[in-house]
Design a protein around this ligand. Structure first.
Ligand SMILES: Cc1cc2nc3c(=O)[nH]c(=O)nc-3n(C[C@H](O)[C@H](O)[C@H](O)COP(=O)(O)OP(=O)(O)OC[C@H]3O[C@@H](n4cnc5c(N)ncnc54)[C@H](O)[C@@H]3O)c2cc1C
Length: 530
């Protein structure tokens, strides 16, 4: 990635965070050669081969490319602290995520503000996509973000899809086609010819040579300076050096659902009790900053595979060669090759459980070392009611905030996940998959009572990697942080465009919506600064 050498101390816009959203913003805003943009990224450049190899993403956990956050001990999870990986490199979390491109559904946007319906966002989904799915009314085919079918799904994945159909789910080709409530299909992917296609690949690299774009990596934003009610500059730290950069237009926070509220709090914007407890002066009261956090909690069921055909052991010389030469073979798998969406009650108007099938052992949320051939199924709670918070510990930007997702603090969430586990076990037992299935490994017993399944969830539940909602979009300044144009309530020159602004968690995977939202944010900014 070229770094523009003509650094100046003032820019039209400064984008903080080069993740899923930040790369979109930097690219779109610099299409106008008169607009000077600085993109600031705390992490290093996205150099690792493990980012390109689809199956290798879990090997990036706890590396220099991962913030490696940990939650506060979770009362409802036997006091366990949960590991929260987050991308810390160009492309952000899109450089180490599971590559599933699955939009939130139209019903998910019903709880957003007017002007943010699915139909309002559809032109931006389409603008972002270079989709191989056809259906031009729904998909774009000329955008920067490749969306493809898996190259060659594993035969166990085909068995899972068939088994899900045997339990009554409908097989659909395109999970981004508003497919109905009880469906199964192969995962649409952000891949191109068998390699990951991150936001940096899609948006940043093609823009990197522009003279009006400066990209600073290994640079931590440590605060936003507010004069009166106007954002005027950002403070950056590179090693031991501190740099102040003046902003003539806007500061756009795209640091993600954890770091964006943290940065606001450090800068004196937030809930007064949070700020004063951490020794920070309150400059601007906005009680919703860092609150209303939601995530998709999940548990994995793992079942032995009778024959040695799973992804266990993938990564040997032959697999590496096959990927390097042909971009095929087990390493081209994104792990969660198929998804099923289902309702735990017929009265629901949308799915409340997602099952993600991995044709291999996925142990301890990707942190464990597999020991045998197996298949894994992630049972994902799509509409949790529980909410949590991100709150600064002290005024130092490099210190991680307190992350409390509040998993299962609303008891109804546990009930839904128990039902999801039962449905998942039914699919494992359906003929098409049962022929491959051996003993249950990390799973409740097939005849487990509700109490035993609940205990299993408390022992094993983890993150679905989808935190949102910590700087919600909304029209009032008590329960939301940004207005419907994504401007921070009460401050001019400060906008947020990332996963933190989702008012409610959706039923999809957030990257698709984050990219569309950032595409729209770029239009909003350009309209205000013609
Ligand atoms: C392991 C994993 C698997 C996932 N799988 C999927 C999936 O398959 N499909 C899907 O849709 N979603 C998935 N997600 C979630 C998805 O990737 C995120 O929701 C999305 O990338 C969030 O985009 P963002 O722009 O809000 O934040 P990010 O992409 O996280 O970007 C934020 C950027 O800001 C930088 N930053 C933070 N603080 C500062 C600071 N103070 N100064 C400078 N820079 C800073 C970060 O380093 C990062 O690069 C996954 C996430 C993870 C972690």
């Amino acid at each position: 990635m070229k770094r523009n050498s003509s650094r100046s101390s003032s820019y039209d816009h400064v984008v903080v965070g080069a993740g899923s959203a930040g790369c979109v913003l930097a690219s779109r805003l610099t299409e106008d050669p008169r607009t000077r943009v600085l993109l600031v990224e705390a992490g290093p450049r996205d150099k690792s081969l493990k980012m390109r190899i689809p199956l290798a993403f879990a090997e990036l956990f706890d590396s220099e490319y991962d913030w490696a956050f940990r939650t506060e001990p979770q009362k409802q999870l036997d006091g366990r602290s949960v590991r929260w990986p987050r991308g810390r490199t160009l492309g952000g979390s899109s450089s180490l995520n599971g590559q599933v491109y699955c939009r939130d559904r139209a019903i998910d946007f019903r709880s957003w503000e007017p002007g943010w319906t699915f139909d309002d966002l559809l032109p931006y989904f389409r603008r972002s996509e270079r989709s191989s799915y056809g259906t031009p009314a729904l998909h774009g085919d000329a955008g920067p973000l490749h969306v493809t079918r898996p190259r060659r799904p594993h035969r166990l994945t085909a068995a899972f899809v068939a088994a899900a159909e045997q339990t009554g789910l409908q097989h659909v080709d395109d999970l981004n086609s508003e497919p109905g409530t009880d469906v199964v299909g192969h995962s649409p992917l952000n891949q191109w010819r068998g390699r990951r296609w991150s936001s940096a690949d899609a948006y940043l690299r093609p823009a990197a040579k522009r003279r009006n774009l400066t990209v600073l990596t290994d640079t931590l934003c440590t605060g936003i300076e507010i004069h009166g009610r106007q954002a005027v500059s950002v403070t950056l730290r590179q090693g031991s050096q501190t740099i102040r950069v003046r902003v003539d237009g806007e500061v756009i926070l795209a640091a993600g659902a954890i770091s964006t509220p943290h940065l606001l709090q450090i800068s004196g914007i937030g809930r007064p009790s949070d700020l004063t407890a951490a020794g920070t002066t309150v400059l601007h009261e906005l009680p919703a900053v860092g609150h209303y956090l939601q995530d998709h909690p999940l548990v994995f069921l793992v079942r032995a595979c009778r024959r040695p055909i799973s992804l266990y052991g993938a990564g040997g010389v032959r697999d590496l060669l096959s990927w390097a030469v042909l971009r095929r073979g087990p390493l081209a798998s994104n792990a969660a090759e198929a998804l099923a969406f289902l309702r735990t009650h017929e009265s629901l108007d949308g799915p409340d459980i997602e099952l993600g099938f991995v044709p291999g052992p996925f142990v301890d949320g990707g942190y464990g070392t597999p020991t045998a051939h197996a298949m894994s199924l992630a049972i994902n709670l799509l509409q949790p009611v529980s909410r949590g918070s991100i709150v600064l510990r002290d005024p130092e930007a490099a210190h991680p905030p307190r992350i409390d997702p509040g998993y299962f603090t609303e008891p109804g969430d546990l009930n839904v996940l128990v039902e999801g586990i039962r449905s998942a076990m039914d699919i494992f037992d359906a003929e098409a998959l049962a022929v491959h299935a051996g003993d249950w490994m990390d799973s409740p017993a097939p005849d487990a009572t509700r109490t035993a399944i609940e205990a299993f969830i408390r022992r094993n539940a983890s993150t679905g990697f989808h935190p949102v909602g910590t700087c919600r979009l909304g029209s009032d300044n008590q329960t939301s942080v940004v207005d419907t144009s994504l401007r921070v309530h009460g401050i001019t020159g400060l906008r947020i465009a990332d996963a933190s602004v989702f008012p409610h968690i959706g039923r999809g995977h957030p990257h698709a919506t984050v990219v569309a939202l950032a595409e729209r944010a770029a239009d909003l900014i350009r309209a205000q600064h013609p």
